[in-house]
Ligand binder design. Structure first.
Ligand SMILES: [Zn+2]
Length: 309
């Protein structure tokens, strides 16, 4: 079985406006990096549109319909200070969810070894009824609930190494003992959540904040001592990665100092846990990453690890 790469050109039609860091070139940079010879073994699929009931696994239908109805015919509509919709956003957001759930189908159906979804907008800041931080629907959280509902698995986990805390995934998972959320992130930083004492109603939230200036050594220690043991003990049957690459040293939005190889290392470590508890099943969803060189090289290192290259 191959690693599956899911993309869709609709991801390029979601526009946040001139100068916004969350831009279509992010996807172009990743797709270009994944055209190298060594990625020829990837299976490639285009993301389908998610149906609204699937989005509603984590967001009430009224919220989904409010987002649909907010989409402008032209220009832009602000959803919060840094999250907006353009005419292409609705389709891009539905296909970002559809890509994640298609990956779940392919990986749990044993058609693919694991998968990476290179789409936008990102999702981990989106709460149950609140778009924020460039995010509209929380595709990582939806993928977890979808795997439970459609494929009958009991436990799923999201591991999030984006430099920002995934407040949305934490909020959605908070009271659900069958879902675990684990995060490394810079603190203090947007959105302000993610302290160690935020643990969920069932001790199912694991936060491992890092300090501004921390690099690979501190990141690996946080993973090895705080996150990976808890992840393994939880026994997830599917591990979803919220793969943000904005902890890269080149990234303009934060102050961690990771390099490409640190993301590859984390990917391999998460895969080791998945091999033990989840039959190796990993679905990785793109979140942040705003320096095009840091982003594309890190995504390439991440996918190299997924293909066990
Ligand atoms: Zn981020």
């Amino acid at each position: 079985m191959s690693t599956l790469l899911i993309t869709h050109p609709a991801s390029l039609n979601h526009l946040n406006g001139a100068g916004h860091p969350e831009r279509p070139d992010r996807i172009r940079a990743i797709e270009s990096a994944l055209e190298q010879e060594k990625f020829q073994t990837l299976a490639r699929e285009q993301a389908p549109l998610a149906d609204l009931e699937t989005v509603a696994l984590c967001h009430p239908m009224e919220y989904v319909e409010e987002i649909r109805d907010a989409a402008p015919k032209e220009g832009q509509v602000q959803l919060d200070a840094d999250t907006s919709m353009s005419p292409g956003t609705w389709e891009a957001a539905l296909r970002a969810v559809g890509g994640a759930t298609r990956a779940v189908d392919e990986v749990l159906g044993k058609k693919a070894a694991n998968a990476f979804i290179a789409q936008r907008p990102p999702g981990h800041h989106a709460e149950t009824v609140r778009p924020m931080g460039f995010c509209i629907f929380n595709q990582a959280a939806i993928a977890a609930r979808y795997a439970q509902k459609k494929h009958g698995i009991h436990r799923a986990a999201v591991v999030d190494f984006d430099v920002h805390h995934g407040n949305g995934t934490q909020e959605i998972f908070w009271s659900d003992a069958t879902l675990m959320y684990c995060s490394t992130h810079q603190m203090p930083l947007y959105p302000g959540t993610g302290a160690v004492n935020e643990r969920g109603d069932h001790d199912n939230i694991v936060n491992a904040p890092l300090r501004p200036g921390d690099g690979g050594e501190q990141f690996k220690a946080a993973m090895e001592t705080r996150i990976l043991p808890r992840l393994q003990a939880f026994g997830a049957e599917l591990i979803i990665i919220s793969a943000g690459f904005d902890a890269h040293i080149r990234d303009p939005l934060a102050n961690l100092q990771l390099v490409e190889e640190d993301f590859a290392w984390a990917t391999r470590k998460i895969m080791d846990v998945a091999d033990k508890t989840a039959q190796g099943r990993v679905v990785s969803v793109l979140e942040g990453g705003y320096d095009l060189e840091g982003l594309s090289k890190s995504a390439a290192a991440h996918v190299t690890a997924l293909i066990r290259g």
